[in-house]
Design a protein. Sequence first.
Length: 220
Amino acid sequence: MLLIRSEFSVRIMNNGKHIISRRNLVALFGAAAAIAVSARAPAFAAAAAVERGESEGGPGVQYLQSISGDLFAAARAGTSSSFLRAINQHADLPTIAEYSLGTYRDSLEAENDVRYRRGVAAFMSRYFSSQVELYPVERAVITGERPYGEGDTLVKSKLYLDTGAIYNVHWLLTPRGRNFRVRDLRVAGFWLSYFQKRMFERFLASHDGDVTALIAALRA
């Protein structure tokens, strides 16, 4: 996107009125992970009930707290490699990558699957690192969790920026083994994965559905 120099990024920002008309929202989504992890403390404060010592929170809250040190370290370093490590460790990358292809998911050949996933992770990490300094967070608070869909958990957090702005960021966690992985983020009622899918679909539509062209643009 804005600071990623590739044919893919240029086409995303220059093609499609939907993306351009929502430029600020897209920028916010691109920085959502950076916002959520750049609080000036190694862990989130828990919800009000947790702060009063009435509860330690559910498994989703506990998981997000357990990984917040890794997320904070990525935001503090502010490099694409630091975000890449966090993404590889804590994101549900197979699900994110498959969903992002949208209507073109059947066009991905098996031999390109690993390279494509690597490209998706690299693409996300480059953009998060380019945006992290734009959203200085004063503090972040987990405000609760609830079941979501079939077996998933939605953890709600509230982020307070130095500027006085407040954002609600919801983390969609999906069970993986004995723990969770982060599958999606929601800001202002919109899912990050949806915007990424729209970007990928637009690119593929302009390249005759050639997933190898997308992989090259992702610089896998």
